[in-house]
Design a protein around this ligand. Sequence first.
Ligand code: WT7
Length: 647
Amino acid sequence: MTESAVNEHEVSYPPSAEFVEQANAGPELYAAAEKDRLAFWAEQAERLDWAEKFTDVLDWSDAPVAKWFVGGKLNVAYNCVDRHVLAGNGDRVAIHWEGEPGDSRDLTYSDLLAEVSRAANAFTELGLVAGDRVAIYMPMVPEAIVAMLACARLGLMHSVVFAGFSSTALRSRIDDAEAKLVVTTDGQWRRGKAASLKDAVDTAVDGADSIEHVLVVKRTDIDVSWTDGRDLWWHETVGSASPEHDAQPFDSEHPLFILYTSGTTGKPKGIIHTSAGYLTQTSYTHHYVFDHKPGKDVYWCTADIGWVTGHSYIVYGPLSNGATQVVYEGTPNSPDEHRHWNIIEKYEVSIYYTAPTLVRTFMKWGREIPDAHDLSSIRLLGSVGEPINPEAWRWFRSVIGGNKAPIVDTWWQTETGAIMVSPLPGVTATKPGSAMTPLPGIAAKIVDDEAKPLGPGGNGFLVLDEPWPAMLRGIWGDMERYKDTYWSRYAEEGWYFAGDGAKFDDDGDLWVLGRVDDVMNISGHRISTSEVESALVGHPSVAEAAVVGAADETTGQGIVAFVILRGGIENTGDDLIAELKAEVSREISPIAKPRQITVVPELPKTRSGKIMRRLLRDVAEGRDLGDTSTLVDPAVFEAIKAAGKKA
Ligand code: WT7
């Protein structure tokens, strides 16, 4: 985000009169939350069906571990599925599923209820009981959503692992959570070709003590190797189970899932979310931020269920609201760049929620592609994952939104569980590039290092100064790290440190400026510098590595690595670089593959031995180096720059 973008507050886009007329949200929402925040959240909790009403809204006595809706009981899956069928909406389509090779399938809420019930019965038959962990490693097929809901129904915690992650990454997540079951597919479709997924699972679970079963959905029909007794086919095990299942209620604070995300150290953090608070806030935000009208809108969130956006805005938010949504298995350019627009035309999608990196990719492909389609069904657009640059924002609004659809730029995190800062369509006059205002019920500040709140123009840290219902409840197996990462920076004030830089403009609107820690944002995916560094150092040729995120026109940031080779290792040029990139793909995922790797003789360090990442970022982004006088040896930089020019 450039300075000029931040100052661009003169242009704003008020909602149209027609939109205001029909909007779910009105200004009274802010007023109500302002008047009594906890009463406001108690009212939002009424969106859900409770088996037992809560007695207290919030218990913050054990801060920073919150208890929301104390004493209440509900079943999350019942709220996402059964109650819509019981209300007479069983025939409503829940999921318009679009397979990558062109096959498709519609699941109504009744279908979903039968499938989730079968899966719940099968999971019970396998011996799983409330509190157990289940790893889900699947492409975007309906069974992935069914498996998540079956876990929720039984009080099992799911740990969804993005199917693009390596077997090494899957294994470390299985071990950390001690998962008993992995649900996967035989393979996945990628640009018309079937690639094995089961192979990666076989490698991952080999010797994994906690694993009892691997449940395999047949998706591509490719050959798989099979371990009798351990491996089971979904169509046999779940297919033969009864479609009747009685959902039991669980405590408001019953754990719902673990989702791993990158932190500033090499080891991913297992973020813990619980039931009622999470469901209340995902349901509330999905309703108001997307102005969602059940039975009328066709909603499409383009995320993968491997990320929190998929959890909150494909599974729990939309389904709790009885939404009809598109779920698409493939990439935006299979078989060609028209795919998303074909899907929007086919299902008359009215709400489209995606990431800035994709908008910039569409811009690069050219407006004649979307212009060849009738996108008039679209009435609202959403953006998430990274700051959206004003140019992409305007293109999105005019080319995709027909110059009228409001854009909601939604700031939140895996840890926040649900949207925190966003315009409210029908209320907020939006500004290209600004996430605008904390939602009703949410409290945020921008502060400096000394916890002093900053006014317009002051560049500081984004903090959340009151607990919120969907907040994380901890890091799996490491509560110290939880306290340390999020709560130690402003311990005295008791504020949550988000790790993002932000500022208010002269109108008091909020601009998120990006991470202030060693976390990179590549196409909206969170990857830590040290995770990539340890993958590189894991290679026998590498002695030391430093990784930075450098500005990238399409992906937001790109990964740039500097490595020192071990003594006696010969630099074989392109071959070595290719091998190192492959190592990172193998260890983490292709999404973590560095855009550029430069072999250097030394890394720039301060006198206290800290790698100077800021200077490396300057090199990676081709900037002048400025003051390097704190360096042990300024000549190091000349060598790095020279190596960079050769690369
Ligand atoms: C980080 C969280 C939230 C779901 C997807 C990412 C960045 C997210 C925005 C936005 C500017 C944003 C932040 C945040 N981010 N949304 N609208 N504007 N930055 O979830 O992987 O947990 O990453 O994504 O840096 O801290 P995540």
